[in-house]
Design a protein around this ligand. Structure first.
Ligand code: AMP
Ligand code: ZN
Length: 470
């Protein structure tokens, strides 16, 4: 199936043509691990996960690389201010290394709770310092850099004729005109950025390394260029991130990589629009006012209800987060799982290869192939599972294949949904009898339920039940 992707570079949907037939090298910018990830960050990772799963469904051999930024991301995009890692270490009374370990683990716990597949290669920036220095040396050798005393080694963006092509000329001109030059008086151009920052002589940073330019640490953008090229080659197929990365981070990754190699860095640049919350719209990891993935189970929802909620909106549309939306998604997911459970019981496992040729398979795949249209793919899933005119084995085959993409634990049985209404009513009646201390009636009802295959257990947390036969 032909795959069309919206390429930020050029701003049109394009046919996906990988460098090597049947293979795809994908780089995704990972989190800055100085705090918990917020639900907005995870919207982007869920989107990227669907993308990778879709490539696999279409038969590509995928190699996906993700970094974790554990050094060098400064508080200000103008390459000034404190390193976010060191700032967080001070705030929490831990070392920067402890902060990186703690929040990297926290990130992947959240990530996995949303059924996102682990990347094939995971690169903490601090393990690639030498690769970044080597890249800096190539840039220096080609005359792209200059040094600002007491500050760092900078990339001169005026030396690259197509600098800013990802963000667009108007945008870059805007940065140039609106720039507050005094923020970093030594820069030749407002868009120039740090390749290597010098540690201040009086300051002993927790994370710093020797380099040909002096003791210090890499500029934030360096890591993604160095790691992507090391693991995926000088030109990669697809590079992903959130929309905030277009103007600065990805623009500068392109400048460094293409300056160094003279080749295109990535053929496709893909960006997820932001999730926004409330009136200000913004969640700020640095200001600490944000919702994390654990806010979802804390409110009593399955984390996958959040995944489902994200999939209901196309990744290139802004997602305005509301708890009402998550509530509706949770109910929708319960409904989908109940349908899947019924179909599984009916189908009794007879699935044939011919089932895969069915129209709904094609419609589902076509929706995904059209720039990852998850809302349209979910609509096909719902319509198909509900359509009683399609034999159950065929619907089951489809649900199993769709689960490979959606990863919503479709076959996780929500017991309450799976329980026939008559039995659910008996459980309720017994609970009421127990509350009213009518133990005779309560015992009779327990026996009646047991005869029908429902085992009742009274616990301190309330009445629990399970099916003794399926
Ligand atoms: P960071 O940890 O800030 O480096 O961001 C990790 C990823 O989340 C990057 O791909 C960002 O572009 C993305 N991101 C940041 N904020 C949001 C948001 N509100 N909605 C969606 N993605 C976001
Ligand atoms: Zn990056």
């Amino acid at each position: 199936m032909e795959l069309r992707l919206y390429n930020t570079l050029g701003r049109v949907k394009e046919l996906f043509k990988p460098i090597k037939e049947g293979e795809a090298g994908v780089y995704t910018c990972g989190p800055t691990v100085y705090n918990y990830a917020h639900i907005g960050n995870l919207r982007t990772y869920i989107t990227e996960d669907i993308f990778v799963r879709m490539l696999k469904l279409f038969g590509y051999k995928v190699k996906r690389v993700m970094n974790t930024t554990d050094v060098g991301h400064l508080v200000s995009d103008a390459d000034t201010g404190e390193d976010k890692m060191e700032q967080s270490a001070r705030r929490e009374g831990k070392s920067a290394w402890e902060i990186a370990k703690f929040y990297t683990e926290a990130f992947f716990r959240d990530y996995k709770s949303l059924n996102c597949l682990m990347p094939d290669v995971l690169c903490p920036a601090t393990e690639y310092i030498q690769e970044m220095i080597d890249l800096g040396l190539v840039l220096e050798g080609k005359g792209y850099t200059y040094s600002i005393a007491g500050d760092g080694l900078y990339f001169d963006t005026s030396k690259l004729p197509d600098y800013g092509k990802l963000a667009g000329k108007a945008h870059i001109d805007g940065i140039r005109e609106g720039a507050r030059i005094e923020a970093n008086a030594g820069k030749r151009n407002p868009t120039d950025f740090a390749v290597w920052k010098f540690a201040a002589p009086e300051e002993k940073r927790q994370m710093e390394w020797a380099s040909p330019w002096g003791r210090g640490f890499p500029g934030w953008h360096m890591e993604c260029s160095a790691m992507a090229m090391k693991h995926l080659g000088e030109t990669i197929d697809v590079h992903w991130g959130g929309e905030d990365h277009v103007a600065i981070h990805h623009t500068n990754e392109i400048a460094q990589s293409e300056g160094a190699t003279g080749k295109p860095f990535s053929h496709y640049w893909m960006h997820a629009r932001f999730l926004v919350v409330g009136e200000s719209g913004k969640m700020s990891k640095s200001a600490g006012d944000f919702l994390t993935t654990s806010s979802v189970p804390e409110r009593g929802y399955d984390p996958l209800a959040y995944r489902y909620y994200c999939l209901l909106t196309h990744y290139r549309k802004q997602l305005e987060f509301t708890w009402e939306g998550v509530e509706a998604a949770a109910r929708g997911l319960d409904g989908l799982r109940a349908l899947a459970a019924r179909i599984k019981a009916e189908a009794a496992g007879q699935v044939t290869a011919a089932d895969r040729e069915a129209k709904y398979f094609k419609d589902f795949s076509a929706a995904l192939a059209d720039d990852i249209n998850t809302p349209a793919a979910l609509a096909v899933l719902w319509e198909t599972l509900k359509d009683a005119s399609i034999p159950a084995p065929q619907r089951l085959a489809f649900a199993v294949a769709a689960e490979e993409i959606t990863a919503l634990d479709l076959f996780k049985i929500n017991e309450e949904q799976a329980l026939p209404a008559e039995l659910a009513a008996l459980i309720k009646e017994r609970e009421a009898a127990r509350k009213a201390k009518d133990f005779k009636k309560s015992d009779e009802l327990r026996k009646a339920l047991s005869d029908k295959g429902v085992l009742i257990e009274d616990t301190s947390g309330g009445t629990k039940w399970k099916l003794t036969r399926g």
